[in-house]
Design a protein around this ligand. Structure first.
Ligand SMILES: C[C@H](O)[C@H](O)[C@@H](O)C(=O)CO
Length: 490
């Protein structure tokens, strides 16, 4: 049976997953899982990009060992925004920084002195966020970075890894759309923005659509994995674009949630929305498969919970996600609220202390034990989803009746139920591996195994389990929502 290899990298861990399909159903098998720890060094926070590449090659080697000639193609997706700079010989000019690197600090003011945020939004469809590539490139420009001065080409992380696999340099559109330097209407670079910010025009290369076959793996890679000629496809290279492709929703303007380190809620649309109302709601227009627009809002997501776990582990009190969910469920409801998107929570470290301090500063009951901290974080996340949901209803001028949620975060049943309760609508959860599903079906379309995304979503619907969460305790959640709104932005 045909096998498609999905390389799915998150800002924490990565996997090589095999998708085996008889074209009626799709089965996934995890071939290799590895850590992707960022490292703080003097001068910045970096990704170990060479280590990641070695793990990818190891995953491909294992896949070849198991599936050999059945392997049809390889596709890569990663988190958004981060990039490498290359010289004219294709040599990487320094390790890629992490988007949480502090170099973005102070850059919004520098950027908006050249071009207001509203103008940038009208051109790109993206609000200014600490993680956008625009701010990180501007930071390099401000310090006259030798790497930027010497750079011939910018490649986003999945583009760079694909280049190392197959030797072809190309910038895939969905990942480029996270930069705040792409025009969400044309799908090409927003040249006016690039020039006004003083970024070097030459580094912004050819953009290709998701599903472009780049070329076969390099001979050197073929030698290491034991098979030659496997084509590398520029899949939906941004993990959120892959996740959205892999959530089998139906109809125009369907409401989706990609639940992982980030919780990203959005609508799948034909056109961008760049109105003052959309800007005021801080919604972004990223690009998706089949020329779709992902009209979305990033919400802090499971990052809060992951960081609590990391901190407790560092403190010698390690705890599993299952235990954390049980503690949250057993803790008292609605004792306090936080704004999950307060910038104080974006930087790594000391998350439980930061949550307690936030509650104290805003005059609320300070959560003392792990369960209450987790309950405050989870309920606040669900209530923040409600705020975003209300904005989407107003912008789309309709009441959505269900939310399609996919991604690893849906395994947190407590949060999934809280989401249904807070929004007052059904949550249809699945698949957990939405991102790899999306990555794989884009490869299947690119190689002629599926006709289009509608057929791909049908295949996904037939292949995976879906869990329905119906809303409960409406009055309690409505009261909590009213109180929560009073704390947002404090
Ligand atoms: C900054 C984040 O990486 C990005 O906006 C988000 O979409 C993502 O990639 C989640 O993995």
């Amino acid at each position: 049976m045909p096998v498609f290899l999905s390389i799915d990298l998150g800002a924490g861990s990565g996997r090589v997953i095999a998708g085996v399909s008889d074209l009626k159903t799709l089965q996934l098998e995890e071939i290799h899982r590895f850590d992707n720890p960022g490292t703080d060094l003097p001068g910045g926070s970096y990704w170990n990009i060479v280590g990641l590449f070695r793990d990818i090659v190891e995953g491909l080697r294992r896949a070849v060992e198991k599936y050999g000639k059945d392997i049809v193609a390889i596709g890569i997706d990663t988190w958004g925004c981060d990039f490498g700079l290359l010289d004219g010989h294709g040599r990487l000019l320094g390790m890629p920084h992490q988007y949480r690197d502090a170099r973005h600090e102070g850059m919004p003011a520098v950027m908006h002195a050249k071009l207001s945020e509203a103008e940038i939004y009208s051109l790109t469809g993206i609000t200014t966020n600490f993680y956008n590539s625009s701010l990180h490139l501007l930071a390099e420009e401000q310090v006259a970075s030798p790497a930027l001065a010497a750079a011939d080409t910018l490649l986003f992380i999945p583009d760079l890894l694909a280049f190392w696999l197959c030797g072809v340099q190309a910038v895939e559109r969905t990942i480029a759309s996270t930069s705040q330097l792409l025009d969400a209407g044309t799908g090409d670079w927003a040249w006016g923005v690039i020039e006004t910010l003083g970024l070097p025009r030459r580094i912004f290369g050819k953009i290709v659509s998701p599903g472009t076959v780049l070329g076969p793996i390099r001979k050197e890679v073929a030698r290491q994995i034991g098979m030659e000629g496997i084509p590398v496809v520029a899949s939906a290279s941004h993990d959120t674009a892959s996740a959205v492709a892999g959530i089998p929703m139906e109809g125009d303007d369907a409401l989706w949630l990609s639940s992982g380190t980030w919780s990203i809620m959005g609508l799948e649309r034909k056109d961008p929305i760049r109105t003052p109302q959309a800007f005021a709601a801080r919604c972004c227009n990223e690009l998706g498969v089949e020329n779709s627009v992902r009209f979305l809002k990033n919400i802090a997501g499971l990052w809060l919970i992951q960081e609590c776990k990391r901190q407790w582990t560092l403190d010698g009190e390690s705890i599993s996600y299952g235990e954390m969910a049980k503690l949250a469920e057993a803790a008292p409801a609605f004792t306090a609220f936080i704004d999950p998107d307060d910038p104080v929570f974006a930087a790594p470290g000391e998350m439980p202390t930061k949550i307690r301090a936030w509650c104290e500063r805003t005059g609320q009951a300070v959560p003392k034990d792990k369960g209450t901290i987790l309950r405050v974080a989870s309920e606040s996340l669900a209530l923040k989803y409600r705020v975003v949901f209300e904005n989407f209803c107003a912008l789309a001028d309709k009441r959505f009746e269900q939310l399609h949620a996919g991604g690893g975060g849906i395994q947190n049943a407590f949060l999934a139920q809280a989401t249904a309760d807070a929004l007052g609508i059904d949550v249809i959860a699945g698949p957990i591996e939405a991102t790899s599903c999306g990555n794989i079906v884009v490869q299947m379309i690119a190689t002629g195994h599926l006709p289009d995304l509608a057929a791909a979503r049908h295949l996904i619907r037939e292949s995976f389990e879906f869990q329905n969460y119906a809303p409960k305790n409406g009055d309690e959640w409505q009261g909590a929502y009213e109180r929560f709104k009073a704390f947002i932005g404090r």
